[in-house]
Ligand binder design. Structure first.
Ligand code: BES
Ligand code: MN
Ligand code: ZN
Length: 512
């Protein structure tokens, strides 16, 4: 991954391939943002005009390249758009900086080192630039000719690897808050990028056991206890939902439990992730056109995994348990049929009317397992329904909960870290659509409001009195169009930053 360093050097003296500066959209044309003073001086204060001549407006996502003037060690200047110039005294805000840094890092693919001279008002801004640069520089080339990323592969590919090093300029590199913000950003970005790698890994190489193995290794490295229930243990324990979904696959299912504890923790959070390593639909097979990206159906589990490891690396004062419900949903002679009844871990019975509504089945068992420990709150994350994509589009996840205040806290936490989300209801009248004469409930209900029906199904498997929320990330988990801001094509790491923020707020006692 791209290295992040704090530099005390001024922009002119930095030995690098490029200097990144910010340009905002002003009322009368582009405005050069703070951080680029030395460069502006080198242009006799005419840098804004030079940028305008080159076609720059300061719009978000815009990249303008120009040769560096005499006196600069770096040969290239990359001016990145910050969007509208803020009111006097107001900063650009973390998200604008994160996006701009991400765009610049992507524009510098193939470069060894770049100095980021973006406007930093405080330590949080420095963290945002660090995060944006590390997330924006991400690329997944493990399956490209010449293999994985790294120096050797970069050379082999004519220098087309991700940006090698992002050096932050203009910050107070000895300031404690500043250093802490940048260290937080690095740990978070590293784990989030690991979640993206898991999502992007093709399903023939990432089956439930392979995912569990990755979790075991990371747990060992970062002080997270990892327990794995294999198919035998699942059968012995009565996990009918996870087993039922995995029944058609040659690769058996797993339930992975990640435990992070802090000696001074007062609260316990449980995160539960949907981990369908491939969703073919099962016997209710998805048609062509709907299954090409279904390796992304373990994005919820990847987010939970990354969040728990990040929480451990940050040493947060809260206990966090992660549950990864891993299975591959395949059709075969041993697969669950539409019409089968499963006895779930909670004891409830479910008539499977559509084997493509499998996420709720694996989550039901994991939610019940999480509930038995009586945590203060449970949050599940899942690429659960196409209906949520229709409702909210490709960049926003839906938040449902059995507690309105908790739902608002999650939407607020998501907004704080730059993840778009929206509160969704759990209308009681939709529950009866899942009634069936054969079992306690069916895994399908009314078609309209399908995302909410799925939420109501999950609610049935949350222990009495436990605060619970459900994030349906089916839209934002996998980016099928072009990259934007710090979001690459493919796996995005949706949900990770919101979960980590929730853990931080809980540790600080700001969430109850
Ligand atoms: N994994 C899919 C949901 C999905 C759709 C994720 C698009 C990402 C992008 C899920 O398992 C599914 O197939 N859901 C069905 C449920 C239906 C059969 C009740 C759906 O949404 O169509
Ligand atoms: Mn499905
Ligand atoms: Zn699915």
């Amino acid at each position: 991954m791209t290295a992040l360093t704090l530099s005390t050097s001024g922009a002119p003296a930095l030995r690098a391939d490029a200097i990144v500066i910010g340009v905002a959209k002003g009322a009368k044309g582009p405005v050069v943002a703070a951080g680029a003073e030395a460069l502006d001086q080198a242009y006799d204060g005419r840098l804004a005009g030079v940028l305008e001549t080159l076609g720059a407006s300061g719009a978000e996502g815009e990249v303008t390249k120009l040769p560096a003037p005499a006196g600069f060690k770096a040969p290239l200047v990359v001016a990145v758009g910050l969007g509208p110039r803020p009111e006097q005294d107001a900063g650009y805000g973390a998200e604008a900086l994160r996006r701009a840094a991400g765009v610049a890092a992507r524009a510098l693919t193939g470069a060894k080192k770049a100095g980021f001279a973006l406007p930093l008002a405080d330590a949080a801004d420095a963290g945002a630039v660090a995060e944006g640069a590390l997330l924006g520089a991400y690329s997944f080339d493990a399956y490209k000719e010449n293999g994985a990323t790294g120096a050797a592969a970069r050379t082999a590919r004519n220098g087309k690897g991700p940006l090698g090093e992002a050096a932050l300029l203009g910050g107070k590199s000895r300031d404690k808050a500043y250093r802490a913000a940048v260290e937080r950003a690095s740990a978070l970005a590293e784990e989030l990028n690991r979640a993206r790698d898991l999502v992007n890994t093709p399903p023939n190489d990432l089956d439930p056991e392979a995912f569990a193995a990755v979790a075991r290794a990371a747990g060992k490295e970062h002080g997270v206890k990892v327990q794995v229930l294999d198919e035998k243990a699942l059968a012995k324990g009565g996990y009918g939902g996870i087993l039922g979904v995995g029944a058609g696959s040659a690769a058996p299912p797993r339930l992975v439990k990640l435990t992070y504890t802090h000696p001074k923790a007062g609260k316990h959070l449980a995160f539960v992730g949907k981990g369908i390593t491939y969703d073919s639909g099962g016997i209710s097979l998805k048609p062509a056109g709907h299954n090409e990206t279904m390796k992304c159906d373990m994005s919820g589990a990847a987010a939970v995994f990354a969040a728990v490891v990040a929480v451990a690396r940050l040493g947060l004062e809260v206990n966090v348990t992660g549950w990864l419900a891993l299975a591959e949903n395949m059709p075969s002679g041993t697969a669950t049929r539409p019409g089968d009844v499963l006895r779930m871990y909670s004891g409830k019975t479910v008539e499977v009317l559509n084997t493509d509504a499998e996420g709720r089945l694996v989550l039901a068992d994991a939610l019940w397992a999480a509930s038995l420990e009586k945590p203060d709150a449970i949050v599940d994350v899942a690429t659960l329904t196409g209906a949520m994509v229709l409702a909210l589009g490709n960049r926003t996840f839906g938040v449902m909960a059995n507690d309105d205040a908790f739902r608002s806290s999650i939407v607020d936490a998501a907004e704080e870290v730059g993840e778009a989300s929206w509160p969704m209801p759990l209308p009681e009248h939709l529950r009866k659509g899942m009634d069936t004469p054969t079992a306690d409930l069916a895994n399908m209900g009314e078609r309209m409001g399908g995302g909410l029906v799925a939420g109501l199904f999950l609610r049935e498997f949350v222990g009495e009195g436990i605060t619970w929320a459900h994030l349906d990330i089916a839209g934002p988990a996998f980016n099928e169009s072009g990259p934007f801001g710090y979001t690459p094509k493919g796996g995005t790491g949706s949900g990770v930053r919101t979960l980590v923020r929730l853990a931080e707020l809980t540790a600080a006692g700001d969430l109850d």
